[in-house]
Design a protein around this ligand. Structure first.
Ligand code: COA
Length: 307
């Protein structure tokens, strides 16, 4: 086996939907402002990081159809683990009943990109399939009286199975970055609520994602015209629109679920990707460009060939 491919996918959102109109009742905000400034109309709130991750991973593992004892392990990207220790990945691993290792990665909203890249290296090293999950319950670290964050943050999970195969690699190039000097624009102290300088995050996120997306595309010998689907972190529709414009990628080639999910951190990229897969938007050979950014400040991109 010398190559790799994505052979399973799943997603999960809590049943409870909180609309902008619900938020109007408890916060000094309104639907029009939220839609215009963020693109969000509603978000799902509830569950635990473990329960959402288990649901998404169970769906993905079922679809992959590989024996549970053949797995190399599971990586869970999360900013909101249910416990300090053990890692939430251990519980998810137990719940889905696969073999191998399990560990958490906290790279904030870039977490799924980090996990996908690390997971891909382990698929190659172990020659075994790996479950990669992004799951977050941002509602557990949201101050519901702070209108600048409460309108954005939400809960959800998405999962992919990466497996070895005889063909080419699905991961063509990647870029993982962090700048710890930017911690103060987005952070959450232990036991506290997420604090954010929205304007600074907005500006820095767009620049970082643009540079990173260009880098991985060029690294693999392609141009933006070759990209079939851009899957950015779902933080704000205006950030995604600006990214499309700067990269000269048409809006219809950008996966977006933010209108109904809000910002689900590590879950946002797999939720958007799985949504596109389920809609049948992808064909064999398509190039998928995932790009994300978050607290740290972390950012990164991964270019994938769909097969
Ligand atoms: N409802 C109504 N008005 C609001 C509001 C809300 N929820 N939040 C802020 N406002 C007000 C502000 O007080 C300000 O009023 P003023 O002009 O009277 O001072 C006005 O709206 C504009 O605020 P501003 O902060 O300039 O808005 P913005 O266009 O920058 O949008 C964010 C705010 C948070 C939506 C935007 O900055 C953002 O999305 N940033 C990135 C956040 C992000 O990506 N975080 C996660 C990264 S992983």
């Amino acid at each position: 086996m010398s190559g790799s491919s994505i052979i399973g996918w799943g997603s999960s959102l809590p049943d409870k939907i909180v609309t902008n109109f619900d938020l109007e009742k408890v916060l000094d905000t309104n639907n029009d402002w939220i839609v215009e400034r963020t693109g969000i109309r509603e978000r799902h709130i509830g569950g635990t990081t473990e329960s959402l991750a288990t649901q998404a991973a169970t769906e993905a593992v079922k679809q992959a159809g590989i024996g549970l004892d053949e797995y190399g392990g599971l990586i869970l990207a999360t900013t909101t683990p249910d416990k300090t220790t053990p890692g939430t990945s251990a519980a998810v691993h137990k719940n889905i009943g696969i073999s191998g290792f399990a560990f958490d990665i906290n790279a904030a909203c870039a977490g799924f990109i980090y996990s996908f890249v690390v997971g891909h290296q382990l698929v190659k090293a172990l020659n075994k399939p790996i479950v990669v999950v992004g799951s977050d319950t941002l509602s557990t670290i949201t101050d519901m009286t702070d209108r600048t964050t409460a309108i954005l943050l939400a809960d959800g999970a998405g999962a992919l199975i990466i497996a070895p195969n005889d063909n080419n690699d699905c991961l063509l190039s990647f870029d993982l970055q962090v700048d710890g000097n930017l911690e103060d624009i987005l952070y959450c102290n232990l036991g506290g609520y997420l604090k954010m300088n929205g304007k600074e995050v907005f500006k820095k996120a767009i620049r970082a994602a643009e540079k990173s997306a260009l880098k991985v595309t060029e690294q693999a010998g392609f141009t933006m015209a070759d990209i079939s689907l851009l899957v950015p972190h779902q933080a704000n529709q205006r950030i995604m629109d600006s990214l499309c414009e700067r990269l000269s990628i048409p809006r219809e080639k950008c996966a977006s679920v933010i209108e109904s999910t809000g910002n689900t951190s590590s879950a946002s990229i797999p939720l958007a990707l799985v949504d596109s897969i389920k809609k049948g938007s992808l064909q064999s050979g398509d190039l998928i460009l995932m790009t994300g950014f978050g607290a740290g400040m972390t950012w990164g991109s991964a270019l994938i060939k769909w097969s």
